[in-house]
Design a protein around this ligand. Sequence first.
Ligand code: ATP
Ligand code: MG
Length: 316
Amino acid sequence: MSNPGGSVSRETTQGSVSRETSTDLDTPIGAAAERAMQVLHTRNRLPRPQRRRIFTVANQKGGVGKTTTAVNLASALAVQGIKTLVIDLDPQGNASTALGITDRQSGTPSSYEVLIGEVPVQAALRQSPHNERLFCIPATIDLAGAEIELVSMVARENRLRTALSELDGFGFDYVFIDCPPSLGLLTVNALVAAPEVLIPIQCEYYALEGVSQLVRNIEMVKAHLNPQLEVTTVLLTMYDGRTKLADQVADEVRGYFGDRVLRTVIPRSVKVSEAPGYGMTIIDYDPGSRGAMSYLDASRELVERDAADTGEGRRR
Ligand code: ATP
Ligand code: MG
C-alpha cells in the first residue's frame, strides 16, 4: 500500500513472537488472531486528558465516514481505558445502531428530548453493551422534527451546550457528537457545544467539495457563538491504496489543512462497513482487522496531540 504522506495501518504483526507461534502467524488468520489478542488484552491504558475533550464530527457531505469515525474512535478510546460518550445528533440514528442501542422507538429518552430540554442528560445516557466505558445518547426518529421545532425556541443554537453542562460528574474524558449531513440547526448546536471539530474526508472525487463552505460556517459560529471553536483534526477515510486518486486527494487535503490532518489514514475495508449491521464497532467486531488497527492508531494520535498541545485555551 502506498503512503499518502502519512501512515496506514498494515496487516503486520508487531512485537516479538516465539519461534513456535511465528509459524502460525505466517497465515493471515493466525496473524489476525494475534492482533486481536493484542488489542483485547492490551494493558496499555491511554492517559486521561486534563480536561474533557468534546469533538463535533461534521461534514455536510453525506457518506464520508462521520458516523463510522465517531463510533470507532470512541470505541478505540474506550478499550484503552478512556470513558467516552457518543451523542447521536443524526435522525438516521446510525451511531446508536453501531453502538448496539437498538430499542429506539419514538418517545425513548434521546438526544431529541435532551435538546428540547424535556429530560436531563442522565435520563438519555445509555451504556454500549460491548464496553463498560462506552456510552451513547441515542437518536430516535423524533429528532427528525427537531430542525423545525428548534427554529422558534429560545437560545436555539445553545441548547446542546446548555444540556452538556450537566455532564460534569459523569467522568467522560472524550465526547464525540455525530452530526447529520447538513449545516442546519442540529449541526450548529453541535458546533456551539464543542471546542473541537473533527472533519472526516473521504478519499474520493470531489473530496474537498463543500469543505470551504463548512469551514466558513465554522468561522461564523466561532465569531458569533463559540469563540473557542477550532478545526483541530481532519481524518482521511476510505483510503484505497490501489488508486492514484486516493493519494492525490490525501495530498490535496494535507495541502489545505496542514498538520491538522492525522498521519493515520483509514483504509477502505469491507469489515468496517459490516460491523454496524451487527450493532458493533469494528473494534468489537474484528479487533485484529486493518480497520480496527487504523482507528486504534488514530485514537492514539488524537490523545498524543492533546498531550503535546500546550494551547489550553481551546479546551474546556
Ligand atoms: P451520513 O452523511 O449519511 O451520516 P456518514 O458521513 O456518517 O454518512 P458513514 O455512515 O460513516 O458516513 O459511512 C458511509 C458508508 O460507508 C457506510 O455504509 C459505512 O459503513 C461505509 N464506510 C465508512 N467507512 C468505511 C471504510 N473505512 N471502509 C469501507 N466502508 C466504510
Ligand atoms: Mg452519519
